[in-house]
Write a protein that binds this ligand. Sequence first.
Ligand SMILES: [Zn+2]
Length: 512
Amino acid sequence: MKHSVAFKSSLVIFLGILFYACNPSESPSGAFDVLITNATIIDGTGAKEFSGDILIRADTIAFIGDVNHSKVDVSYVINAEDKVVTPGFIDAHAHGDPVADADFKNFRDMGVTTITLGQDGFSYASENLFPWMTQIDSTGLGVNVITFVGHSTLRELSGTNYSVQPTDEQLASMKEILRQNMMRGAFGLSTGLEYTPGYYAQAQEMEALAKVVGDNNGIIMSHMRNEDDDQIEKSINELLLQGSYAPVHISHFKVVYGKGEERAKYLLSMLDSARQEGVKVTADVYPYTASYTGIGIVFPDWAKAPNDFGKVKVSRRAELEDFLRARIEKRNGPDATLFGDGPWRGMTLTQVSDSLKIPFEKVLIDVVGPEGTSGAYFVMNEELQTVLIQDSLVCISSDGSPTMHHPRGYGSFAKIIRHYVNETQSLGLSDAIRKMTSLPATIMGLKKRGVVKVGYKADLLVFDPMAIKDKATYEAPHQYADGFEYVIINGHIAKSPDAEITERYGLFIRKE
Ligand SMILES: [Zn+2]
């Protein structure tokens, strides 16, 4: 009996597929979960918008075209009149803890349906990511998550740590952990060569790891060795060398204290030349002119682990003071450093220095220390960053998290539409959508997401572009973005204007 029912239903499905194949635009009939009507669809590929209805069945886009309402039976209808429907945004570089704090409402409310963790060289520290992935599956996620394997994490797991040269066994161990975790679903390697212990790695080690990434069809996402204006070309060239073995990607592309459109164009031309030579290279940018990271970024490597800061600040005191004074001045002065946590949260280095009545370099040495706090650093130039954002192979990231004291974790994707599309018109709407959807999906090898297309996963947004507002500021960074009326994740309504939804519909996505 069961067999015959199963046979009949598969026959029905088969005939249904045959019917669609012969009549691709014919309105379908039957039961569906969600119908979006009267939509202006921006499909994520950069193509011109078009109108139509969308039907979703389970987690998949089942039909795009004109739907005859009398022929379908749907559980949830969204009238998208005067609104656009786009793919959910894919954040190419994000931070957060998918176990402890997985609601990720900050991402969802700015239209992000997939985030990319394990960045800057640091990922969940295990030789085997499988139990962690399974744990995440069971606790659930507010948005989809993918992960990279961190290079600094590999150095720690292999016992290489702060050595310049890994032993043969340590290098073999790094390669094997990377390979195994990519087999388990990680999308590639992330590097953070500006941070220790990744900082100590040399070309040979990076080349060996790049080969593993290439052999397993992954990509290298890189927080490069140094983003300062006088070092960035060297850093890009270092990454491009790895590009002989695997696709490479510049994370949060920026030029610290560099200025002007021409500078951006020159750096982009370096990437173009590499492409002519066959290197696959892309980048992401977040739309703010302040960076955010640990205060260690302003200290010299000789004052950081494994060196003992307590000893260094005595034995090399004058040298350290000179270094910090010069470095902070180069980074636009002490007004341009805004502390993000600890007792000085929300104060600039100048303000702390004034309130304690000691020079700022002494504040850094005696009060803060290289591991004492994190901060926002106003070190970027709007004209330069805008040219980077406009490049056709640059996608958008937030580099943000639910807890970071910087507006990018709550505002980035909304700011792209509010500022770059609506206000300055430096990006067209469908181009901006492409940079936040199909482009990052293609870069990272994320399948069946990032395009509004039949057979693709139903991660979708419904919104009026003119109503989008990023509300997060440097003073009050944890303010949710406004205007994304519906956020659909894996076919589920994850945000609606009618009710606050707290169910988690995101998945931990493994690389196929
Ligand atoms: Zn980074």
